[in-house]
Write a protein that binds this ligand. Sequence first.
Ligand SMILES: Cc1ncc(COP(=O)(O)O)c(C=O)c1O
Length: 393
Amino acid sequence: MLLMEPSLLQYPDWKGHCFLREEVAKFLSEHCRSPVPLKAENMVVMNGCGSIFCAVAAVLCDPDDAILIPSPFYGVITEDVDLYSGVKLYCVPLDSEVLIKAHTYKMNELCCVLQGVNVRAVILVNPHNPLGEIYTAEEMTSFLNFAKRHELHAIVDEVYMLSVFGEDFSFHSVLSLERIPDAQRTHVLWGLSKDFAMAGVRVGTVYSENRDLVQALDKLGNFHGVAGPLQRQVAQLLKDKEWLNEVFLPENRRRLKKAHQYVAAQLTKLGIPYLHRGAGFFIWADFSKYLKEQTFVEELCLWRCFVKHRVLLSCSQAFSCSSPGWFRIVFTDQQRHLQLGLFTICLVYVHMHLHWWYIFCTYAFMLLSSFFRAGQNQGDVRGAPGLQHAAYH
Ligand SMILES: Cc1ncc(COP(=O)(O)O)c(C=O)c1O
């Protein structure tokens, strides 16, 4: 560990060391199935996709300009784009009804939002957080055409690109398209936090053919760099094609699928509707029947009730969803934690609807949780490598 190439101890190229950008370009060329090899010179490496959202928004927008995003969406992006230049996100609600394909992107609504605001860009997350939705190549093309028509930059976040586990679903990166409608205004994000379960190493990348953007990000890279020795390790990891393709990625997908199947089956048993999708670390589930009234105030009460019972789910408000009662359940955890969490969810329902039952179940719960704790103390509580996903998704 202490043996280090002296060059790695110097100030780096702020876009990321060339050796790492080359490896990321090769890796993404293969996994995105790009028709021509991606170029290292179009690649920028920073300390996470969150930083890239901050930096890209600051470069593309003036203060108080706006960026469009379909909602529900991963809410932290709001703070990311606001941080440097006060850029505002304008949400365009999608329907979150079970069995209605959530990706019916409402072009008309987008056009209404466009009037009177200086909109510079539009963000799409694919695979989607929190819906787990995967967009087809046609849908992505129509999204990119929409951006082109309105001269908007398209920021496509593909950070869950390799976390597609459903056999019926296949992912098409924007970088796989034969022809990107407006390549100069299309910027694709990817990183190690999700697909490698390595949120702690803080590595995110953006691919863009726009030289001005790449040069501007180069300047901001000074504040968002990744340490040289870590860049070397990440490059070595990406180079190990055999292990990645034959061991890590298939095993990661298998475990994601197993955990998803388990939670989905339990939700079905509990009669809680959910979006059945095949990507990401979460299930978007409809708890509206738990609400006394269909309001966000009631949703917050339910969220508090879950927290009081030590279950942390993110509610629809956190994703700017237009209908209350939806919660995101992260399933990338060990089965006994999932079991306990789902059991508690069931108890919360009983608590809210049948008070006398609650007393009985609380006793049962206390007995069961002491049983789980005893099990934890005896067993090896470490997760298998590759599945220790951060709780913060
Ligand atoms: C859709 C999406 N984009 C970006 C991020 C942030 O990624 P990073 O850890 O690379 O900053 C997350 C993290 O949860 C995410 O879900």
